[in-house]
Design a protein around this ligand. Structure first.
Ligand code: ZN
Ligand code: ZN
Length: 138
């Protein structure tokens, strides 16, 4: 199993239970739920989730433990029915390690600017001035 390359991840949110389809998930990147906006990787997945990977298309399913899944009967989007069960501990470990590695990489690379403060941040008291400066009135 190679977790380094992006793969299709179908995951039930540990918070609200919504099924999210992430078309290119790479360990180390957050998986944000479409409904509650939580990072689904933040939950204790070894406790709450079961994992299965489709043998034919590599789509990965992370389902809540109470969700019924029968290897050989449950069907993948590609109609494949053969799945390999993921060891959730290994999965979580590789995600955690990738996150750490990502942070280290960011420290090493000064050009990496995703955490740079947003350009449009203006202290509240300056909004009035901006409106006063409307060129239409000068
Ligand atoms: Zn959610
Ligand atoms: Zn499949």
């Amino acid at each position: 199993m190679n977790l380094e390359t992006p793969f299709v991840l179908l995951m039930e949110c540990g918070g609200c239970g919504l099924e999210n389809l992430i078309s290119a998930f790479t360990p180390g990147t957050p998986a944000i739920c479409n409904q509650c906006r939580e990072n689904m990787m933040d939950y204790d997945l070894t406790r709450t989730h079961q994992g299965h990977r489709c043998d034919s298309c590599q789509r990965t399913l992370l389902l809540k433990k109470e969700t019924e899944f029968v290897n050989g009967e449950s069907e993948c989007q590609c109609e494949g029915r053969d799945f390999t069960e993921l060891n959730m501990k290994d999965f979580v470990d590789s995600v955690t390690q990738a996150e750490k590695k990502g942070l280290d990489d960011a420290d090493d690379n000064p050009d990496f600017d995703w955490c740079r403060p947003a350009q449009d941040h203006v202290p509240d008291e300056r909004y009035d001035e901006i409106f006063d400066d409307d060129p239409g009135f000068t």
